[in-house]
Write a protein that binds this ligand. Structure first.
Ligand code: PGA
Length: 261
């Protein structure tokens, strides 16, 4: 069961792997890894087409949950290429990534992302809201940008829905890079603190206490523990490393509280 003390590890497969066969292999390796790692909650976000088959293998009490990589803000209608929450729910999808920088780069605005977050919550899905700056300048303008990305979502949500948020801070400049190019734990600590400060200022400690703040961008087995422990985050959003179940299991292990024998 997911408790607030579990470290959340979200696997974002992006548009990978190329075949359902590979997807099944990655999925079973990931499930096995999660089953023997205590204190970690794993959410796998495969491409939509793989969901039905992976959902069939999902164990009720298992350590792995399924997530989507995106969601339409609409219920149904003339929205070519989009997928609605109602279409995902039968496939045991309980989470969804929203506002990933690769989607924002295609033109998604803060306001559009906010509509998606509202729709996810309305449909009972847990939204993982991605925020992050493309680059860093010395004047600290990236702090304002993160605030703007968050505020756009706050504007559309009711106060009672705020605790349902998970926030993934992903500096775009670190995404897809090697372990040494990930953000430093010290820089991450400052940003995680800043995000929590924004939450507390607006909604108070009680409402925001259970909101997880995650980090994403070049997370690998070798930097995962430091990022979580010293970066002060509640979990990780993992891209390329999540396609290798051995690597992802090593990440789970690195951040887990304790290992079963
Ligand atoms: P990465 O991707 O782990 O390959 O850097 C992270 C992400 O884009 O969510």
């Amino acid at each position: 069961m997911d408790t607030m003390h579990d470290v959340l590890v979200v696997a974002n497969w992006k548009m990978n792997p190329p075949t359902i066969r590979d997807a099944r292999r990655i999925w079973s390796g990931t499930s096995r890894g999660a089953a023997v790692t205590r204190g970690v909650r794993v959410v796998v976000c495969p491409p939509y087409l793989f969901l039905p088959e992976l959902a069939a293998e999902l164990k009720k009490s298992g350590a792995v949950a399924l997530g989507a990589q995106d969601l339409s803000p609409e219920e149904a209608g003339a929205y070519t290429g989009q997928v609605s929450a109602s279409m995902l729910l039968p496939y045991k999808v309980t989470w969804t990534i929203l506002g990933h920088s690769e989607r924002r780069a295609l033109g998604e605005t803060d306001e559009f992302v906010a509509l998606k977050v509202r729709q996810a919550i309305a449909k009972g899905l847990s939204p993982i809201l991605c925020v992050g700056e493309r680059e860093r300048s010395d004047d600290g303008a990236f702090y304002t940008l993160i605030r703007t990305q968050l505020e756009a979502v706050f504007t559309l949500l009711k106060r009672k829905d705020i605790p349902k948020l998970t926030i993934a801070y992903e500096p775009v400049w670190a995404i897809g890079k090697g372990a040494t190019e990930a953000m430093s734990a010290a820089q991450l600590y400052e940003m995680a603190l800043y995000i929590r400060k924004i939450l507390i200022e607006r909604y108070g400690r009680t409402t925001t206490n259970d909101i997880r703040v995650l980090y994403g961008g070049a997370v690998k087995a070798e930097n995962a523990r430091t990022l979580v422990r010293e970066g002060g985050v509640d979990g990780l959003l993992v891209g390329s490393a999540s396609l290798d179940p051995k690597q992802l299991t090593a990440i789970m292990r690195a951040v887990s509280v304790q290992l079963k024998s």
